[in-house]
Design a protein around this ligand. Sequence first.
Ligand code: ADP
Ligand code: MG
Length: 318
Amino acid sequence: MASDGVLIALGGNAFAPPGERLSHAGQQAFALATARALLPLLRAASRALLVHGNGPQVGEMLTRVEVAGDRAYALPLDACVAAVDGELGYDLSQALYNVLRAAGDRREICSVLTQVEIDPQDPAFALPDKPVGRFHAAHDVAALRAQGQTLVEDAGRGYRRVVPSPKPQAVIERDVIARLVAAGVLVIAGGGGGIPVQRRAGLLVGVEAVVDKDHTSALLADALDLTLLVLLTDVAAAFTDHGTAAAREIRAATPAQLEALTAAGHFAPGSMLPKITAASAFAGQPGRRAIICSPDNLDAALAGEAGTTVRLAAGSGP
Ligand code: ADP
Ligand code: MG
């Protein structure tokens, strides 16, 4: 399983097991379990970077801002992403510190708040479609729309705010992240896909949007010239005909094979498709491998016996 450079992306659900109410203690327990599951891979990698999702936590932060009303200052969405990344970065660094030290590993750990530049012309801005935050009653919708929010009705469950999910173009802190990783520091970066920013008259400003962490992970893994990209999620692998009786795990595939399966509509946009796109983009160069699996089958997936492995050709890559 040795790898000289690995990026591990943790699904947002990694902190929030389905059906369980979020709590800070629950997140810390989950961060600890994740750190333990990652220990063998981290010990085998001389360079390692962790990226995590944050969707459910950002939803709760938006609710806090809303419920506080004018009793505490409001935070725009980009600042909510930053605040949650601080919290989850803290949980993860502490859990990794405790697990690594217990294993006699003294490597340094550092969480880097990360801004990602997006293109204001990205087609996502014309079509906000990423639901964030809680459900709202119909009588609250007019006031929220007056604040400039886009709300859509969600399958009879109420109204939800939707925001654009543009593609990340560049990671502002890329060079410092690269220096830390090269120095052997275990870095946590790109939390929640990063804080979306754009350039206006040459200056960075925050944008009310969210970025999919799978795309940011591919961008960072490529920029740092890592050899292994692991996308951990809540399903065992990518499936064809997912959710039907005909569903089958994809054990190994090339980017070209995944492109054909994508064209045939096998991957849901907003969930599995970003992973497939990210894995294919990263593994499109020789000597690289991308894996989509769940934390509990990670070891088997690294051995090619579980999960989905993507590389240029069978037998190529690390
Ligand atoms: P994460 O937080 O890990 O990014 P997502 O919800 O974004 O989680 O993506 C994982 C989800 O993708 C799975 O829970 C599954 O329901 C969904 N999914 C959609 N299409 C597929 C597919 N073809 N194979 C496997 N899972 C799929
Ligand atoms: Mg996702």
